[in-house]
Design a protein around this ligand. Structure first.
Ligand code: PBG
Ligand code: ZN
Length: 332
């Protein structure tokens, strides 16, 4: 007999897979996931691999059609589009052109598969010769003049048939500007997913290769948030909600699970979290060395993001996760 009390034994409920599954508190589902995609100009089904993101490709519109079909057949509800334009300038013309790369891709994807939700990333960095998310004068990124271009971009995405527009620029007042412009152009029913708490993170490194959007001078710290700040995230989220956001996002996810949890408590709106490129690259790199079990690591990470409070997760592991979740679970 032990000299101490062992009437409480949490291990009783961990004894078998079926018991564990019955008391599991968080269930990850393919319906929670959005697959981010990169569209490039060009003919045919060309797919260009991205060095730091194995399994992710820049795709022509034709290649994207096949990809979207596969995504839908796996039970994933949505994609998020990023575009790489033919050429860049200082007004980001390619971002808001009616026949821009994202606008063309949206039209084709929606015609092929009306039931697949197409989210579009609304930003200017991929389309600006200097790579910043707004209009630049000298070494400054100007806020208010940028709003007009962002609004035009969102309207052109909605006109092409985008289901949801997602501003990722972090200019002040962009949600209000987008809402006003969308309503004025007949798109009152197009929802806005705001990248509300978006941090200036080292974890975007691989993405900037994928989207060819690295800033040519300086960094994004005058518009994206300081990773050290928590209260400021709540302020940003409250502001975007006041401006009319329909859904809000925290980005990145892994170093910001506390922020996800707090935003969950702050709002009744659907909450998204972005499992960003660097987070994906870390898992891929370790798995390639044989240092991590990719499936187990990725599912643990995605489940953790959901447990923290995210309803929706943007992840480059979306297709893999959808497949893994379909298989009979080995050791869950
Ligand atoms: C562009 C944008 C970025 C990401 C999404 N939209 C990069 C950045 O802000 O520098 C990052 C996505 C990722 O790393 O997966 N505004
Ligand atoms: Zn940007």
């Amino acid at each position: 007999m032990q000299p101490f009390d062992l009437t409480v034994r949490p291990r009783r409920l961990r004894a078998t897979p079926i018991l564990r599954s019955m008391v599991r508190e968080t269930a990850l589902d393919a319906h929670d996931l959005i697959d981010p995609l990169f569209v490039i100009p060009g003919q045919g089904r060309e797919r260009k691999p991205i060095g730091a993101m194995p399994g992710v490709f820049q795709m022509t519109v034709d290649a994207l059609r096949a990809e979207a079909e596969q995504i839908a057949s796996l039970g994933l509800p949505a994609v998020l589009l990023f575009g790489l334009p033919e050429s860049k300038d200082e007004q980001a013309s390619g971002a808001w052109a009616d026949d821009g790369i994202v606008q063309r891709a949206v039209r084709v994807l929606k015609a092929d598969n009306p039931d697949l939700l197409v989210f579009t990333d609304v930003c200017l960095c991929e389309y600006m010769s200097h790579g910043h998310c707004g209009i630049v004068r000298g070494d400054k990124v100007l806020n208010d003049p940028t709003l007009d271009l962002l609004a035009r971009t969102a309207v052109s995405h909605a006109a092409a048939g985008a289901d949801v527009v997602a501003p990722s620029d972090m200019m002040d007042g962009r949600v209000a500007a987008l809402r006003h412009a969308l309503d004025g152009e007949g798109f009152a029913d197009t929802p806005i997913l705001s990248y509300a708490a978006k941090y200036a993170s080292a974890m975007y490194g691989p993405f900037r290769e994928a989207a060819d959007s690295a800033p040519q001078f300086g960094d994004r710290r005058s518009y994206q948030m300081d990773p050290a700040n928590r209260r400021e995230a709540l302020k940003e989220v409250a502001q975007d909600i006041a401006e009319g956001a329909d859904m809000v996002m925290v980005k990145p996810a892994l170093a910001f699970l506390d922020i996800i949890r707090e935003v969950r408590a702050l709002t009744q709106l659907p909450l998204a979290a972005y499992n960003v490129s660097g987070e994906y690259a870390m898992v891929k790199a370790a798995a390639a060395q044989g240092w991590l079990d990719e499936r187990a690591a990725a599912l643990e990470i995605l489940t953790g993001i959901k447990r923290a409070g995210a309803d929706i997760i943007l992840t480059y592991h979306a297709k893999d996760a959808a497949r893994w979740l379909r298989e009979p679970s080995p050791a869950r």
